[in-house]
Design a protein around this ligand. Structure first.
Ligand SMILES: Cc1ncc(COP(=O)(O)O)c(C=O)c1O
Length: 467
């Protein structure tokens, strides 16, 4: 990995130190629910006494479950045990109800407990629970979902490649970009440009493309031919393209950086990336794992920003999390070269790609998003949330309030730590997410009621008064 110019990972500890709980600035940075402070000093600290995280008494050992993006040494029972979900709320095992202000991990757009999706899954499981898509098989839900996604895609004539989640989608997009160039006679186009502080997942490909050094530290050699530049810096992208003429396969960018800290792009940036790709023969990959399926008030962030990508990665809200599913939308510049040689075989794909039960969940979820106007509703949710957060910012001198559509973040002033404020918000019945030590992210279900949006800002206000 080359050094990452520009800023260090958001709110992270120095890469290579052992402060695991603050170092992970990806989807699950900072201390797990139930620990009240950030940093290595929290190792073994008890659950807070503020009323949240009281699901189970902490025991001395960590237990058999090794939690992702969490401290392996955290005692079993220090986590908040979520047992039920309904709409924009979840309930823990002591009966406490919370507003799910991050839609679980940025995915539950349709809200929890949707019977329509459960019924679709159950129906499909009774008919055909699973069958693969490798040569020479297909299944009706995978075909129907591909047709539906191709029609929604932010580029004409798209084809759909399914994976099981977002990280695999990112890997698949890069593989498709490279193999398309190879099939078009340019196998030397292998470099992928990504940005800091982006988040692209946890496979070795996704880890290598992620612009958060703390998420890369300790995992050994990463994937080659990745060059990172700071976000919003078109000159830095152009410098890589001109330094390696004919070598760049693709640029990958989240339309709005999500798990790296919620950063919308500066005006004209994504259009500038498109222009650079066109001039230098590289593909534009938009990683829409968070922004896809309505988060920005359009089906895709590409539409919202009026930019045409060559590849789009998706996951999360495609099923609202009811089944694990991800994938890639590929435009004609990518899939065209793959069909030129009739004998060419695309030798990549997951066992569960196009899993019919996951696809049935996606189809039912898309019916809900479309039928209930939730894509259009994202703007209203975001406007109300932003107004509430800005009002809190005025009273508490927050360093920043930023976002787009229905994904927002606040940056806390010095002296406040995001995990501590998060814990105080948990005690007040709202789940948001700390990113590093200074950022709190909000990304609620799109069906959330106005009163619950207001509860998010109120809980932040009350928490800031309390900590
Ligand atoms: C932009 C982006 N890409 C990729 C991923 C990885 O997705 P998954 O966790 O489903 O592998 C995420 C997860 O948060 C993401 O936000």
């Amino acid at each position: 990995m080359p050094d990452i110019p520009g800023r260090a990972a958001v709110g992270t500890a120095a890469a290579g130190t052992a402060t695991v709980s603050t170092a992970a600035a990806g989807t699950a940075p900072a201390s797990p629910a139930g620990s009240s402070a950030a940093g290595s000093s929290t190792v073994g600290s008890p659950a807070p006494s503020d009323g949240a995280g009281s699901s189970a008494a902490a025991t001395t050992g960590p237990g058999p479950l090794l939690y992702p993006f969490a401290r392996p040494a955290a005692p079993a029972g220090s986590q908040l045990r979520i047992v039920r979900g309904e709409g924009a709320h979840v309930v823990d095992d002591s009966g406490r109800r919370y507003v799910d202000a991050l839609a679980s991990l940025w995915y539950c757009a349709a809200g929890h407990g949707r019977r329509e999706i459960a019924d679709a899954v159950s129906r499909q499981m009774r008919e055909l629970e699973a069958f693969h898509l490798f040569e020479r098989f297909t299944n009706p839900p995978a075909e129907a979902l591909a047709a539906r996604l191709a029609a929604l895609a932010p580029m004409p004539d798209a084809r759909v490649f399914f994976t099981c989640g977002g990280s695999e989608a990112v890997d698949a997009a890069v593989k498709l970009a490279r193999i398309a160039h190879a099939q078009a006679g340019a196998p030397e186009r292998t470099i992928v440009i990504s940005r800091a502080p982006s988040y692209h997942g946890v496979t070795y490909g996704g880890t290598s493309l992620t612009g958060l050094p703390a998420n890369q530290a300790g995992f050994g050699p990463l994937v080659g031919d990745v060059q990172q530049v700071p976000k919003d810096d078109l000159a830095a992208v152009e410098a890589v393209l001109t330094a390696s003429p004919g070598r760049v396969a693709a640029i990958i960018a989240e339309p709005v950086i999500g798990a790296g800290g919620v950063y919308p792009p500066v005006a004209g940036y994504l259009a500038g990336l498109r222009d650079l790709c066109d001039r230098h023969g590289a593909f534009l990959i938009l990683d829409e794992v968070i922004t896809g399926f309505g988060r920005l008030g359009a089906w895709f962030g590409a539409e919202h920003f009026r930019v045409r990508p060559d590849l789009v990665t998706f996951a999360k809200a495609v099923t609202s999390g009811y089944q694990p599913l991800g994938g890639v939308l590929a435009g004609p510049a990518v899939h065209g070269p793959l069909t030129r040689d009739e004998e060419f075989v695309l030798r990549t794909g997951n066992t569960y790609a196009g899993h019919p039960t996951a696809c049935a969940a996606a189809l039912a979820n898309l019916d809900i998003l479309a039928g209930e106007g939730l894509v259009e509703r994202a703007g209203a949710v975001g406007d109300r949330l932003a107004a509430g957060l800005r009002a809190v910012a005025e009273r508490h001198e927050l360093a920043d309030v930023r976002g787009r559509g229905a994904v927002w973040a606040v940056e806390l002033p010095p002296g406040r730590t995001a995990p501590a404020v998060r814990d105080a918000m948990l005690a007040r019945g709202v789940i948001c997410r700390p990113i590093g030590t200074s950022i709190l992210a909000f990304c609620p279900p799109l069906m959330i009621a106005d009163s619950d949006v207001d509860a998010c800002a109120q809980a932040l206000e009350d928490a800031l008064r309390a900590v």
